[in-house]
Design a protein around this ligand. Sequence first.
Ligand SMILES: *[C@@H]1O[C@H](CO)[C@@H](O)[C@H](O)[C@H]1NC(C)=O
Ligand SMILES: *[C@@H]1O[C@H](CO)[C@@H](O)[C@H](O)[C@H]1NC(C)=O
Ligand SMILES: *[C@@H]1O[C@H](CO)[C@@H](O)[C@H](O)[C@H]1NC(C)=O
Ligand SMILES: *[C@@H]1O[C@H](CO)[C@@H](O)[C@H](O)[C@H]1NC(C)=O
Ligand SMILES: *[C@@H]1O[C@H](CO)[C@@H](O)[C@H](O)[C@H]1NC(C)=O
Ligand SMILES: *[C@@H]1O[C@H](CO)[C@@H](O)[C@H](O)[C@H]1NC(C)=O
Ligand SMILES: *[C@@H]1O[C@H](CO)[C@@H](O)[C@H](O)[C@H]1NC(C)=O
Ligand SMILES: *[C@@H]1O[C@H](CO)[C@@H](O)[C@H](O)[C@H]1NC(C)=O
Ligand SMILES: *[C@@H]1O[C@H](CO)[C@@H](O)[C@H](O)[C@H]1NC(C)=O
Ligand SMILES: *[C@@H]1O[C@H](CO)[C@@H](O)[C@H](O)[C@H]1NC(C)=O
Length: 445
Amino acid sequence: QQKMTSTLLLISCLVLLIPLFSAEECLICDYFVLVGEPTAVSCPIVTFPGLHSNYSLTWYKNGSATPVTTERRARIHQREGLLWFIPATLDDSGLYECDVRSRNHSNKKTINLTVFKNDKSLCFNGKMKFEQKLMSTKTGKIICPDLELFKDEDNNQPEVHWYKECKPGFLEDKRLLLAEGENAVLINNVTVQDRGNYTCRMVYTYMGRQYNISRTISLEVKERPLQVRPEFIYPKNNTIQAELGSHVVMECNVSSGINGLIPFWQVNDKDVDSFDSTYREQFYEEVTSHGLAVSGTKFNISQVKQKDYAHKFFCHFIYGSQEFTAYIKLEPPAQNIQGYLIGGGVSLIFLVFFTLSIYKIFKVDIVLWYRDSCHPFLGKKVSDEKIYDAYVLYPKNRESCLYSSDIFALKILPEVLERQCGYNLFIFGRDDLPGEGKLSEDKLH
Ligand SMILES: *[C@@H]1O[C@H](CO)[C@@H](O)[C@H](O)[C@H]1NC(C)=O
Ligand SMILES: *[C@@H]1O[C@H](CO)[C@@H](O)[C@H](O)[C@H]1NC(C)=O
Ligand SMILES: *[C@@H]1O[C@H](CO)[C@@H](O)[C@H](O)[C@H]1NC(C)=O
Ligand SMILES: *[C@@H]1O[C@H](CO)[C@@H](O)[C@H](O)[C@H]1NC(C)=O
Ligand SMILES: *[C@@H]1O[C@H](CO)[C@@H](O)[C@H](O)[C@H]1NC(C)=O
Ligand SMILES: *[C@@H]1O[C@H](CO)[C@@H](O)[C@H](O)[C@H]1NC(C)=O
Ligand SMILES: *[C@@H]1O[C@H](CO)[C@@H](O)[C@H](O)[C@H]1NC(C)=O
Ligand SMILES: *[C@@H]1O[C@H](CO)[C@@H](O)[C@H](O)[C@H]1NC(C)=O
Ligand SMILES: *[C@@H]1O[C@H](CO)[C@@H](O)[C@H](O)[C@H]1NC(C)=O
Ligand SMILES: *[C@@H]1O[C@H](CO)[C@@H](O)[C@H](O)[C@H]1NC(C)=O
């Protein structure tokens, strides 16, 4: 797997190195070169499909009817279908045409060459950089592109020198390795610090003269999420309360930085489907947006049976020759004693409160009812251990009042309160014995 990802990475790097345009897309394709450096421009039409191998290709300077010379010693010449500038000068910036003819096919294409100077105090021009991307933590490669055409007379690739931010010496880092045959630098354990401008330069000898050829690569490093050690999301060695006959989904899932983990269920040291043939595991895997993978397996217990309570259900997965385990235990639901206690307590309090309220409101009636029903046994003595409920005092025998208070106290009050309501009244002048009244009057004073 590791190998494959690095291969993929390599391919994606190479794809990025293909010229900055695609021939079909550009009406006038752009080419760049640094002043003083040789370059060879290819005709973008040649990449068109369906073109016969037997064709002729001729380069023209913009607007000129005379083809560019094929004289190899000329600074600008055409050779093998390419337009060579050895080297380019600032005046060379401009349009060039390539004319492609086969037996019954003819096509023309214009290209736009721009000759740049280096940016001030830099060894490159920021407008003509190749872009490459690498993933952090992986092994990566920076490739010096488009050097194939520049071989020595004996067809050897000249030595390539590397600079980072125009300074040599960065290759002393042990993580970096020169891959000579490939014009590339290998980087082990890429870090974000590796991003930057890399310039590769070689000396090209043509017709006995030496020229510099350089390329600058802008390297981006994408942060890769750290490989996360896999761990159970669920279960967490927990119990589930499930009633006999109920339906339970047994799910186990693992989050990790790697794909392809396969968790599986076991119970009683057997796979779950040999424990019960209706327990059919279903595996799934999904990758979250953070690049983390979730692998899971689940099965249905469509009806919980007694035997399901007897064992723990273990979920396993294997990672790096190590086995990881977590379990679920099914339990019949416990009697909810606490619930009963709380419920009972509340109703008890309510009952007491209710009783008290009833007593408060109907106290008199209750006492009377009690008295009525118990009167025969209790005689005059009542439950609250008082002989009388009320003590009636009234002004005695005033002539002017026509004995009205006497009548009220001695006739109406007893009639209503004693006969109808059942109170025991102490009425002064009726229930007082000689001497007693005096005593109470002494006490009152
Ligand atoms: C290529 O085309 C030219 C004329 O355009 C013809 O003379 C020549 O024989 C052709 N060669 C091949 C290999 O078809
Ligand atoms: C290219 O040639 C056309 C016509 O021959 C001319 O009008 C145009 O200015 C030229 N462009 C350049 C950049 O030389
Ligand atoms: C040239 O064109 C004719 C018809 O336009 C076609 O039959 C023939 O195959 C073409 N030949 C080539 C070499 O493209
Ligand atoms: C050629 O390229 C240069 C630099 O990119 C640009 O300024 C110029 O306008 C281009 N010319 C044409 C005719 O596209
Ligand atoms: C790259 O990292 C791995 C593990 O982190 C380490 O074993 C290895 O030595 C490192 N390689 C270099 C060249 O630093
Ligand atoms: C790369 O070069 C550009 C100028 O072209 C500069 O702005 C940038 O800071 C450089 N990158 C680094 C990482 O130094
Ligand atoms: C190549 O570039 C280096 C560094 O800029 C410079 O010292 C050297 O003279 C150049 N060589 C040629 C042939 O231009
Ligand atoms: C993992 O399993 C638990 C328990 O069934 C579930 O609630 C959760 O959604 C699952 N997580 C993922 C990412 O599938
Ligand atoms: C579990 O049962 C549900 C319906 O209750 C069904 O949708 C699901 O596909 C079943 N899963 C498995 C693994 O049998
Ligand atoms: C869960 O139980 C398994 C096996 O009994 C044990 O290996 C594991 O460490 C436990 N995990 C936790 C989080 O307690």
